[in-house]
Design a protein around this ligand. Structure first.
Ligand code: SAM
Length: 275
């Protein structure tokens, strides 16, 4: 086993011979918590869809805008599902910069994402991470971290960014989102971003196949606009609706990529619970 495998930041349960989407995404964002197999799949896809790193940055910029949009509307507690390996401008950093009293619970099933989130949050008593599969809705919502930090009598900002395309149709992503929605009080929000082939075409389907062939446990489901829109059932989409990620209320040049395809690689939207 090579030295990096035994690095002290690698939990023993991690199989470093197959790629993980959390680590490949960390690589695309310039992070250091990834292995050769992760870099290999990321670079392979990047060669086919040049500018992929810009696409990842456009998504992170959307994350910042979505959190600020919610804090501007009084949201002070967040549930970030499929939060990934911590990078710059994580949800608690954006939210607590607006109001240090903001509370954030992260959820991820990837052991490295969880281990690094735990390290990052060790001194932050208003943020925590739950290691869980998002399909275990009761486990997530009933976790000690959620019960300690989130008050479901007050609006909550839920984020599922670059997350729901890892839920194949047979796992019924719409029903899953609805179970989270039903737990939320009026005035809560859902922000989501999701890959699509509507603009980039076949390379996105090829990327999904490459991920499958790599042996990764992650399976990517590419969806069309109407299918992603359906995931927001029961939410009122705020303007401008479900649009290319960079088109969602861009604040400046940093929110937009100069690789045009990367602005439309993902759909992004924010919906409000309204009963
Ligand atoms: N949300 C962050 C962002 O948009 O910058 C990170 C997105 S990363 C591409 C996707 C994350 O979803 C990974 O960390 C992966 O482990 C996590 N994930 C995938 N399927 C999951 C599931 N069923 N339950 C919990 N997390 C999951």
């Amino acid at each position: 086993m090579c030295a990096v495998v035994r690095s002290d930041w690698v939990p023993h349960s991690v199989d470093v011979s197959v790629p993980s989407i959390a680590r490949a995404y960390d690589f695309m964002l310039g992070g250091a918590h990834n292995f050769a197999v992760d870099r290999e799949i990321a670079l392979k896809i990047d060669r086919m869809m040049p500018g992929l790193r810009a696409g990842a940055r456009v998504n992170r910029a959307f994350l910042g805008r979505a959190v600020r949009f919610m804090t501007d509307r009084g949201i002070r507690q967040f549930l970030d599902i499929g939060s990934g390996i911590p990078t710059v401008s994580n949800v608690h950093e954006v939210a607590q910069q607006v109001d240090p009293r903001c509370r954030v619970v992260y959820v991820d099933r990837d052991p490295i994402a969880v281990a690094h989130s735990e390290l990052m949050l060790a001194d932050n008593d208003r943020a925590a991470i739950v290691r869980a599969d998002m399909r275990d809705v009761e486990g997530v919502l009933g976790s000690a971290q959620v019960r300690r930090l989130l008050d479901f009598t007050q609006p909550v900002g839920v984020l599922m960014l670059l997350m729901l395309h890892w839920i194949p149709d047979e796992w019924e992503p719409g029903a899953l989102v609805a179970r989270y929605r039903d737990a939320l009080p009026d005035g809560s929000y859902l922000a989501a971003s999701h890959v699509s082939a509507d603009h980039v075409g076949q390379p996105m389907h090829t990327a999904a196949q490459m991920i499958k062939d790599s042996g990764s446990r992650d399976r990517m489901t590419v969806r069309r606009h109407a299918e992603v829109l359906a995931l927001f059932d029961g939410f009122d989409l705020v303007e401008p609706g479900l649009v290319g990620c960079a088109e969602w209320r861009p604040g400046g040049p940093a929110d937009i990529s100069d690789v045009p395809d990367m602005n439309m690689l993902l759909y992004a939207g924010v919906g409000k619970v309204h009963r």
